[in-house]
Design a protein around this ligand. Sequence first.
Ligand code: HEC
Length: 211
Amino acid sequence: MADRPRSRTPVRFVAVALLAGLVSACSPFDDLMVAIFGRSMRDQRSFDPYENTLLPPEGSVPFSAGNFSAGPDQVSLGQPDPSAEMPPFFTATEVLTQAPVVMEMVNPVEATAESLARGERLYNRFCTPCHSADGVGANAALAPLHPMVPLFNLSSAATAIRPDGYMYGVIRVGRGLMPAYGHQIPHYDRWHMVNYIRQMQEQAGNPAPGE
Ligand code: HEC
């Protein structure tokens, strides 16, 4: 009992500080200040965020215009080629449930040496932490650190029977614990990576059915 007043002081201080913070953050209090002083900090002659924004310069391409370069060998400038067919819209659920819109996409990129080289470069950059350079998830740098994460073996027979569209879909929107890479890997680059994964599967003795 004797030390009660001592322990109460910080509690009271915190309560007062909280109350003061709440009151000063409220707009009724602000309105009261306006009534008394004629103006408040809230109502001042300055631009509000996004008020009267400038238009973008003529010819500029918004980053979100389309994650889709004009051709397989061109850098994505966010500007789709009007003559090229836009890839269909689909959701992560449609990839998980293997919906036809995902499974029936046709790979428009031939697996040329250039395509495979591009696919390899991108695969090594984005996918090796979890799937390793040979596609075997168990060999990945992440495997010993996170033994509970199911790291798929992309060069396995089980993944080799997946259609190209499914793998494109997994890259674009992710699947289960795998994050989406659609915002970092543009349309044609995803297909280059699918070509490269096919090559890995063949090298592991698991060619896609019908090949
Ligand atoms: C952060 C770790 C991580 C990275 C990086 C990663 N993946 Fe995955 N991937 C996973 C996990 C985990 C799964 C299993 C997903 C699940 O829970 O169903 C998976 C599954 C897959 C599958 C499905 C295999 C099947 O047979 O269903 C494909 C295809 C795939 N990944 C391709 C890729 C590609 C291509 C890249 C590079 C762009 C990549 N992954 C990058 C973690 C990752």
